[in-house]
Design a protein around this ligand. Structure first.
Ligand SMILES: NC(=O)c1ccc[n+]([C@@H]2O[C@H](COP(=O)([O-])OP(=O)(O)OC[C@H]3O[C@@H](n4cnc5c(N)ncnc54)[C@H](OP(=O)(O)O)[C@@H]3O)[C@@H](O)[C@H]2O)c1
Length: 252
C-alpha cells in the first residue's frame, strides 16, 4: 500500500477522522492537502504528518461557489490529484419537527453539497490522475439505520451513500473509484459536542456506548479503512459502502 508521490486532498483535515486519515496516508507516503477553516489547527496537524510536501488550504466549504476556484488553485500549484477524501461535516441532533429550512440548508451544504461540488471539480480531466484515482466520502451508520433525533444528519449521509454509488457507475470507465465509509460513533470533538446533549454520563453510556459491542471507535479505525480504499487493496473497489461500527448496526 505505497502512496509515494500521490496527492490526496482531505477535507476536515484539521480534526478527528480527517486528521487521523492524513496521518495514516502520510505514513504510506502520500502528500496531503488539508482543507478546513481553522488555519492554526491545520498547521498543527501538518506538523504531525510523516514525510514532506504537505500543504494546507484554509477554506470554508460552505462557500460552495468558490470550491471550483479552490480546486483550480490547488491543482495549478501542485498538479492533478490522486485522491479526494471528504471528512468535513457537522452533526445535528434535534426533533424532526423543529428543524428549520435554514438548518436544513446549512447542514446539507456542508455535509453533502460541498462534496458534490468537490467531486464535480475532481472528475474534470485536468484535476485527477487519469490512470487511477480514488474518492472516498465519510458517511455514517445514521445513513443506513434509523436514529431518532438524527433525521437531518442521516439524510445528508444517505445522500453521500447514493451519490458515491451513481458516480462509481458513471466514472468507472475513467478509472475513478468512488466509495463511502459509514462509521459508528467515533471518539472525536464531534462526539464530545454530541455528548453534551445527554443529561448525564450514564444516559450517554446506555444510549451510545453500550450499543457498540466493540466499544466506541477511534479516528484511527476509520483512517485505516480509508487507507484500504486509497491503497492497492482498493484497486477493485468502487460503489461500495463500508460499515465500520464496532457492531453497532447488528447490536442496535
Ligand atoms: N465522530 C463520529 O462519531 C462520526 C461518526 C460517523 C461519521 N462521522 C463523520 O466523520 C466526519 C468527520 O467527523 P469528526 O467526528 O472527525 O468531526 P470533527 O472532529 O468535528 O471534525 C470536523 C472537521 O470538519 C471541518 N469543518 C467543519 N465545518 C467546516 C466548513 N464550513 N468548512 C471546512 N471545513 C469544515 C472542521 O474543521 P474547521 O472547524 O477548522 O473548519 C474539522 O476539521 C464528519 O463528516 C462526520 O459526520 C463522525
Amino acid at each position: 500500500m505505497k502512496l509515494e508521490g500521490k496527492r490526496i486532498l482531505i477535507t476536515g483535515g484539521s480534526s478527528g477522522i480527517g486528521a487521523a486519515t492524513a496521518v495514516e496516508v502520510s505514513k504510506l507516503g502520500a502528500s496531503c492537502i488539508l482543507v478546513a477553516r481553522d488555519e492554526s489547527k491545520l498547521e498543527k496537524i501538518r506538523e504531525t504528518l510523516h514525510g514532506e510536501g504537505h500543504q494546507i488550504y484554509p477554506f470554508d466549504l460552505l462557500k460552495l461557489k468558490e470550491i471550483s476556484a479552490l480546486i483550480e488553485r490547488i491543482t495549478s500549484e501542485s498538479g492533478p490529484l490522486y485522491g479526494l477524501i471528504h471528512c468535513a461535516g457537522m452533526d445535528n441532533t434535534q426533533p424532526f419537527r423543529t428543524i428549520t429550512i435554514e438548518e436544513l440548508d446549512l447542514l446539507m451544504d456542508l455535509n453533502f453539497k460541498s462534496f458534490w461540488c468537490l467531486a464535480q471539480e475532481f472528475v474534470k480531466k485536468k484535476n485527477h490522475e487519469k490512470e487511477d484515482s480514488r474518492v472516498i466520502a465519510i458517511g455514517s451508520v445514521a445513513a443506513l439505520s434509523g436514529i431518532a433525533g438524527n433525521s437531518l444528519y442521516a439524510a445528508s449521509k444517505g445522500a453521500l451513500v447514493s451519490l458515491t454509488k451513481s458516480l462509481a457507475a458513471e466514472y468507472a470507465a475513467k478509472n475513478i473509484r468512488f466509495n463511502c465509509i459509514c462509521p459508528g460513533y467515533v471518539q472525536t470533538p464531534m462526539l464530545e459536542r454530541a455528548k453534551r446533549l445527554y443529561p448525564d454520563e450514564s444516559s450517554f453510556e446506555n444510549g451510545i456506548v453500550k450499543k457498540h459491542p466493540l466499544g466506541l471507535g477511534l479516528p484511527e479505525d476509520v483512517a485505516k479503512a480509508v487507507a484500504f480504499f486509497v491503497g492497492e487493496g482498493g484497486r477493485w473497489a468502487t460503489g461500495s459502502t463500508l460499515v465500520i461500527d464496532g457492531g453497532y448496526s447488528y447490536a442496535k
